[in-house]
Design a protein around this ligand. Structure first.
Ligand SMILES: Nc1ncnc2c1ncn2[C@@H]1O[C@H](COP(=O)(O)OP(=O)(O)OP(=O)(O)O)[C@@H](O)[C@H]1O
Ligand SMILES: [Mg+2]
Length: 253
């Protein structure tokens, strides 16, 4: 694999509350500025894998390395280490409601830069620039909780991008967006990638694969990686697409 590694996972398994497995024996490498797409059926572990990559939860067994450092709950209990890692990784959640908590859109987007130590005027400038870029100027003074689903998603993205992370993790970013907003989302993600950001994106939508993926990881119902390959090869593999519920068995192509 070309480029320096951002992530290396070796034999990673995870269960919530030690119940049924959510991820089993995951081996995965992700290079700097790669666009990796996670595909697979509901419940296969895509969001769980993304949470592990974001350092929000920790493998029960196996090894997770990010930016050459081992990520464990012990390592993350060091506040300086955790803060440094969190600044490198931005996570746009599947459900924007869990992400947005400020009283106005402007405050929401300023929050990250302020916690990173930017001055009030620098944070405001950065937030205003992003509000312009995202085309949500008309929402700047609204409460994020009073916005539509698509508007919330745009605010969530602006809030994450405002912290200028090196890795951007998107969990089903196009869900609930109208076609024009989906186009905006795809172009925005690719623009961020052109700036050198590593993109890790989970979706069920095969139509976005050609535009958004350099590589595809397919997780199966067994919570294991069942394919890790170039998009064009995955798209031609009907058995993998069927296993991952990405096509209907009646789909005849
Ligand atoms: N907070 C939780 N507590 C207990 N089990 C959970 C929790 N979150 C997810 N799981 C379980 O872990 C497994 C993986 O879930 P995950 O959310 O990672 O799947 P996913 O691939 O993102 O699915 P989807 O396509 O529906 O978003 C599932 O069996 C799910 O029921
Ligand atoms: Mg999910």
């Amino acid at each position: 694999m070309a480029g320096s590694l951002v992530y290396e996972l070796e034999n990673v398994s995870y269960s919530y509350q030690h119940s049924k497995p959510a991820l089993e024996e995951i081996d995965l490498k992700i290079a700097l500025a790669e666009r990796v797409m996670l595909l697979g059926p509901n419940g296969c572990g895509k969001s769980t894998l993304q949470k592990i990559l974001a350092g929000l939860i920790f493998a029960d067994s196996g090894k997770v390395t990010a930016f050459d450092r081992k990520i464990t709950s012990k390592a993350m209990s060091d506040k300086r280490f955790a803060t440094a890692l969190r600044q490198k990784i931005g996570f746009v959640f599947q459900n924007s409601d869990v992400q947005l908590f400020c009283t106005s859109v402007l405050d929401e987007i300023m929050f990250g830069p302020l916690t990173m130590g930017l001055s009030f005027s620098e944070a405001k400038k950065r937030a205003e620039d992003l509000i312009d870029y995202t085309g949500i100027g008309y929402l700047a003074n609204c409460s994020p909780h009073h916005l539509s689903g698509g508007e919330k998603k745009k605010v969530a993205i602006a809030a994450v991008v405002a912290t200028n992370p090196e890795v951007l993790i998107f969990d089903e970013p196009t869900n609930g967006l109208d076609p024009k907003s989906q186009r905006w989302m795809i172009d925005t993600i690719n623009e961020l990638n052109k700036q050198g950001k590593t993109i890790i994106l989970a979706t069920h939508y095969l139509e976005f694969v050609p535009e958004l993926a350099d590589r595809i990881i397919v997780l199966g119902e067994n919570h294991r990686i069942i394919a890790n390959d170039l998009p064009e090869r995955i798209l031609k593999n009907r058995n993998i697409l069927l296993d991952a519920n990405l096509i209907d068995p009646s789909y005849n192509k």
